[in-house]
Design a protein around this ligand. Sequence first.
Ligand SMILES: [Zn+2]
Length: 169
Amino acid sequence: MCYCSKCQVLAKTGVACPSCGSKKLREVQANDPVLICTADELKCSMIRAAFDESGIPHEERMCGPGAPPSVLYGRMPSSLYHVFVPYGEMEHCEEILIGIGVLGENGTSKPDKVQTQEEDLESGSMSRRKRIFVRIASAIAFLILVWVVVTLADTCINFIKSAFSNLYG
Ligand SMILES: [Zn+2]
């Protein structure tokens, strides 16, 4: 299996890196970090917990904001992460990811666009409660924010009033 050491991805075709197109590939080593999947914050924390439990070294790197539609569903905008694991642990990791439902049964790592399909599936079943919870939590957070702003403004106005009454009164 060929490997691009710059992008830390496997080049399955063996001709060029699927990420940067570089042809400077080398044979992969067991301890090379390899991109296993791209996940949003929620999935990333699931993956992290599952890998920690199995004692697999892993690394997550933020790679940009999540899909804008997630905001429309009342979710907080989340960041996407690239998850890297050592090549030697890759098969084991794929099994774990399939086990927690992050990877498809075919075991191929998912590009970003497949993820939205999976989110559609999720919305129909198990994560509905989670979505509702997040919606309620963000509504409460918003109310708290409003309350803090109002309280701060009040304090500010009182402070200014007392400063003026000290000056002129
Ligand atoms: Zn590359």
